[in-house]
Design a protein around this ligand. Structure first.
Ligand code: AMP
Length: 367
């Protein structure tokens, strides 16, 4: 099993099987190649396959070159291929063999076929390590395929996911996508709410803020809201039982989520332990805790500023603000050790422009 971010891959074609497939392709190539042949490796994906083939056939036979293209989807006109690089002699009168990693929709192969024929090539064939016949959408030139696959997302041996996995020695297929569960951590005013909006947008996560949930209860004048209001107005923490119950029902209500951002939760060791158990019941876990680091003076300044239009009583009184920060230091800050012990805690500087902080968070997540 190998992972790229939340993507989990399982082995599909071993090195040994790959070698057999490539030898079979090399045999086909040996029979095809003559003095008039131009073998063109389609970079970057076709590179490992092409290099291996080149080593297996007599190099003096035929000529080799390479190219890299950008193909345009949704246009049928001929020659709509933009070369990002090209390293080959004139194709005129040549029998061209394009060496590819995979024939998927067939878009690149289709357009390259049209392009080379319009440039006076004598013939054009494709040698592709892999193919997904179910997904072919374009008319393909004559082709030889090493191995046909079902419609599964594959990486390795030239095939990439955002430029990763090209150098893997064998081919893997996507097994599942893990949930990305983030604890966005930091004292009141650290920017957790602001940055949550960015993370929701970027990673498609569900934002769970216990503060927002409690304020929702207060607004709806529920019994729970009435109980919580006085405590929140003083800047103290409401009971673990209440917030754990709220988070538990939100997790149950979103079984298909790609992941969650926990904002303002957990705030105590008991909450952190409860969260681990709730996730464990679902076969999930916290991916990481991102701790926004902001000096206390800046926090007070930001909260008083926010209090001018947030309408939040607890943002308007400096004494309450200092009390919230004290509660954080007394009961919540220890959670850095809790997640640190699991090797999941990352500190991110929470001062600077919103965009700068967002970039730091993305880097920490994708690292
Ligand atoms: P926040 O919006 O996260 O700043 O939370 C506002 C207030 O809601 C806090 O000062 C607490 O009184 C209460 N609260 C929010 N989340 C929690 C939590 N996880 N545990 C206890 N109290 C919380």
């Amino acid at each position: 099993m190998r992972k790229i971010g939340p993507y989990v891959f399982e082995p599909l074609i071993s090195e040994l099987e790959l070698e057999k497939i490539i030898r079979d392709c090399a045999q086909w190539l040996i029979e095809e190649v003559d003095e008039n042949t131009l073998c063109l490796i389609v970079d970057k994906g076709g590179r490992p396959f092409g290099e291996r083939l080149k080593a297996l056939i007599e190099p003096e036979k035929g000529r080799w070159g390479s190219l890299r293209v950008k193909s345009y989807q949704g246009t049928e006109s001929k020659g709509d291929v933009q070369f990002l690089s090209r390293d080959f002699p004139s194709p005129e009168g040549k029998s061209i063999i394009l060496i590819e990693d995979i024939l998927d929709t067939g878009l690149t192969a289709h357009f390259l076929g049209s392009y080379f024929m319009s440039q006076g090539a004598k013939s054009l064939k494709i040698l592709s390590l892999l193919a997904k016949p179910e997904k072919h959408k374009y008319v393909l030139p004559e082709h030889k395929v090493g191995k046909n696959l079902n419609d599964t997302f594959v990486v390795g041996f030239g095939l990439d996911l955002n430029e990763k996995a090209r150098d893997w020695k064998s081919v893997y297929s996507l097994k599942k996508i893990d949930m990305l569960n983030l604890v966005l951590f930091g004292p009141p005013g650290a920017g957790k709410g602001t940055q949550s909006a960015f993370l929701v947008e970027k990673y498609g996560l569900i934002h769970l803020s216990t503060g927002d949930l409690l304020r929702g209860e207060i607004k709806a004048e529920t019994a729970l809201g009435l109980e919580a209001k006085a405590i929140m107005d003083r800047g103290e923490l409401v009971s673990d039982e209440i917030v754990i119950g709220m988070i538990g029902s939100k997790l149950d209500a979103n079984p298909d989520a790609k992941g969650f951002i926990f904002d303002g939760f957990p705030r105590t060791q008991a909450q952190a332990e409860a969260l681990d158990s709730l996730l464990e019941e679902k076969g999930e876990s916290i991916s990481m805790m991102l701790s926004l680091e902001v000096p206390e003076q800046e926090l007070v300044h930001r909260l008083l500023l926010r209090g001018k239009d947030s309408g939040r009583a607890d943002d308007q009184n400096e004494e309450v603000i200092r009390n919230r920060i004290a509660e954080y230091n007394k009961k919540t800050a220890v959670l850095k050790d809790f997640y640190g012990a699991q090797n999941k805690c990352k500190e991110v500087i929470g001062v600077g422009s919103i965009e700068e902080i967002s970039n730091r968070l993305s880097e920490a997540i994708e690292d």
